[in-house]
Design a protein around this ligand. Structure first.
Ligand SMILES: [Zn+2]
Length: 147
């Protein structure tokens, strides 16, 4: 049980930098994000680790986030997550079942995914997606490299 959402707590989603006074520690995550994470937890039936939630400007830069990252306190609607026991393709397939992520941002990384609830579609890296909701297969990705 969390203090922010059904399954998530403040400590999991606030900025993890070393500055106790950073604005990323006093900003509340977006309610849509929290609702989406709860739905993802219930739909997947799997524990979800929050790798990174809100990030202050300094911490975001350190983590290589973009200048207008959804992790920044002014948006506060992004989380990098690991769905335990799933590979990244399975994680994305689960996330696509949750409307606020399906119609928002989804990014694929080595062993985690980025989710955000921005009010428009965003997908990356481009080379892994056939369209907004489907991946390329690994074979297709290899062929793409050869071109
Ligand atoms: Zn911070």
């Amino acid at each position: 049980m969390g203090d922010l959402a059904r399954y998530f707590s403040t400590w999991e989603l606030i900025c993890h930098c070393n500055d106790d006074n950073c604005p990323g520690k006093s900003t509340k995550p977006s309610a849509i994000l929290l609702g989406g994470l709860d739905k993802l937890r219930e739909f997947s039936g799997c524990a979800i680790n929050i790798n990174s939630g809100i990030r202050c400007k300094d911490h975001n830069t350190k983590k290589g986030g973009s200048d207008n990252s959804r992790h920044l306190p002014q948006h506060a609607d992004a989380a990098d997550v690991v769905i335990q026991g799933k590979n990244v393709r399975e994680m994305v397939d689960l996330a696509l079942k949750i409307a606020c992520f399906r119609y928002g941002g989804i990014g694929i990384y080595q062993n985690r995914i980025h989710l955000d609830t921005r009010p428009y579609l965003a997908r990356w890296p481009k080379g892994m997606w056939r369209n907004q909701t489907e991946f390329l297969t690994y074979d297709e990705m290899e062929n793409q490299d050869e071109k």
